[in-house]
Design a protein around this ligand. Structure first.
Ligand SMILES: [Zn+2]
Length: 272
């Protein structure tokens, strides 16, 4: 998965640290990221852009390299702004993870320029990743939306879905957001009922995944259909919802998403 970057170590503890010339700078403009033209493998370093940017903020470190976010538009020879979707395929993977995590943090900063209580400008705390209102004392912590990914099994078959009206056309699993007042297990049951019209039992937690593409923390669950397995598809959300036999699953391994890992686990008979 995108966050599995060993032997590299991701350290997201906030530090009030000045950049050095070899620190990476992730410059994001309108959701696009500054990367080298053609090879698109790594971000510019502070030494290259320090005379071109006024504003930068510490993000996180990977091993001994620190990463900074810049909201300034940077014109740098040999570099161009490309869609964040590049991080689905960019290598090396720890740079893709750095990029998508920066996108998530930047989105939170963008969405919280002003205090929701009193309307004053929020300022960045110097000790932790939190925004503070110096007028009314309101604090705003990073926004991370919890959501479930659900692999519903039916003996030798897995429930696969395709989204309607989305760029992503390949097979997925049932997925949806946790609602206020709901346990994750209740989210699993409700989402499966809403999208496929079946009841489930024996819900087992598998793994989680930070998914900065959509500000999410995804929690993966396996469960079994309970009783009638007739699918009633949610036609507003999905274009397809079908039981697919294990040996007929034709999904390719991508080493990126929790959904893909869970489909593969079932395909290879390794789900518990
Ligand atoms: Zn305020």
């Amino acid at each position: 998965m995108i966050q599995d970057i060993a032997p590299y170590n991701f350290d997201n503890q906030y530090k009030n640290l000045k950049p050095s010339d070899d620190s990476f700078v992730i410059s994001i403009k309108d959701g696009n990221v500054l990367l080298p033209e053609g090879k698109e493998e790594t971000f510019p370093v502070f030494g290259q852009v320090k005379n071109l940017i006024d504003d930068y903020e510490y993000l996180f470190s990977i091993d001994n390299k620190s990463f900074y976010l810049s909201e300034d538009s940077v014109g740098l020879q040999g570099y161009k702004y490309v869609s964040k979707e590049i991080f689905r395929t960019l290598k090396p993977k720890h740079m893709a993870f750095a990029g998508v995590t920066a996108i998530h943090i930047k989105k939170w900063y963008n969405d919280n320029r002003y205090c929701g209580q009193c309307g004053n400008t929020l300022s960045h705390d110097k000790k932790q990743r939190v925004l503070r209102c110096n007028s009314c004392g309101n604090t705003v912590y990073p926004r991370i939306d919890p959501a479930v990914i659900v692999a519903v099994t039916n003996g030798n078959k897995l429930l696969l879905t395709r989204y309607k009206n989305r760029a992503y056309k390949r097979y997925s699993l049932i997925a949806g957001f946790n609602e206020i007042g709901e346990s994750m297990e209740e989210t699993v049951k409700r989402e499966v009922m809403e999208e496929a019209g079946v009841k489930v039992k024996n819900i087992r937690y598998y793994k989680s995944q930070p998914w900065g593409f959509a500000d999410d923390i995804l929690m993966g669950y396996f469960c079994e259909v309970d009783g009638d397995d007739t699918i009633t598809m949610d036609e507003e959300e999905l274009s397809e919802a079908v039981w697919v036999e294990r040996n007929k699953i034709s999904v390719e391994f991508d080493d990126l998403s929790l959904t893909n890992e869970m489909i593969f686990l079932f395909k290879e008979g390794k789900n518990k």
